[in-house]
Design a protein around this ligand. Structure first.
Ligand code: NAP
Length: 246
């Protein structure tokens, strides 16, 4: 399904990004595993992909660093020959009520979650425009769709990702480049493991399916949007949240 395609997945050392990288590789793509700090875990993802005969490369880069992202994209294209799929998954939370939220916590979340996606699209789109093809999938969040108390920074960044997705979809459509977003609900990863049991239980009451989601349930939708099966879909936000945003 994705044979011959080159995919770059940001924040692929853990959680949802890891599952996206493995799923794209299972479908035949050569995958660049971007990570920031978790080198050992990124290597494990590479090993897993190679264990079933897939192709994977590691690339350390802080997506918030504009110049470093430019270098990463240039090196990926030089080494792999093309860039067909970009998945903007890298993200962080620094939750607090607005009265307690520090300016640096607002800035850090915006820099990684929103500006990080701008940085990669800015540099990857140059290559995709040349190729006259490409698939960009941005990971937003139910918090960006609905807003979430205690997450002013995160909700704003993820709503920003939706605006970025729609603007880019319009701008790149004439070259047949699809740009879509996936808005996960509550997914079991390190990010949500940090929540207290009470907070988790309260969240589950907001999920019509009555359970949290698995990273694989996000990765499968990303793989679909990255494939030719989704060739006529652009500018959309697909909620994968067990019904949370209904
Ligand atoms: P996670 O388990 O905390 O993993 C985050 C990933 O992002 C790690 O691979 C991390 O890499 C990477 N990362 C963080 N800062 C980075 C930076 N500056 N540059 C490059 N990579 C960076 O998170 P997750 O739950 O899998 O979330 C993945 C995405 O889904 C995020 O965008 C998140 O906002 C979104 N999401 C998650 C949920 C959920 O319930 N889990 C719900 C909605 C949306 P290193 O460890 O190498 O630093």
């Amino acid at each position: 399904m994705l044979e011959g395609k080159v995919a770059l997945v940001t924040g692929a050392s853990r959680g949802i990004g890891r599952e996206i990288a493995v799923t794209l590789a299972q479908k035949g793509a050569s995958v660049v595993i971007n990570y920031n700090g978790s080198e050992e875990r990124a290597k494990e993802v590479k090993d897993e992909i190679e264990s079933f005969g897939g192709t994977a490369k590691l690339y350390q880069c802080n997506v918030a660093d504009f110049a470093a992202v430019e270098t990463m994209i240039k090196e990926v294209v030089k080494e792999m020959g093309s860039l067909d799929i970009l998945v903007n998954n890298a993200g962080i939370t620094k939750d607090n009520l607005i009265m307690k939220m520090k300016e640096e916590d607002f800035d850090a979340v915006m820099d990684i979650n929103l500006k990080g996606a701008f940085n990669t699209i800015k540099h990857a789109s140059r290559q995709m425009l040349k190729q006259k093809s490409g698939k960009i999938v941005n990971i937003s969040s139910v918090s960006g769709v609905l807003g979430n108390a205690g997450q002013a920074n995160y909700s704003a960044s993820k709503a920003g990702v939706i605006g970025l997705t729609k603007a880019m979809a319009r701008e790149l459509a004439s070259r047949q480049i699809n740009v879509n977003a996936v808005a996960p609900g509550f997914i079991d990863t390190d990010m949500t493991a940090a929540l207290s049991e009470d907070a988790k239980a309260a969240s589950v009451t907001q999920i019509p399916f009555g359970r949290t989601g698995k990273a694989k349930e996000i990765a499968n939708v990303v793989a679909f949007l990255a494939s030719e099966d989704a060739s006529y879909i652009t500018g959309q936000v697909i909620s994968v949240d067990g019904g949370m945003a209904i």
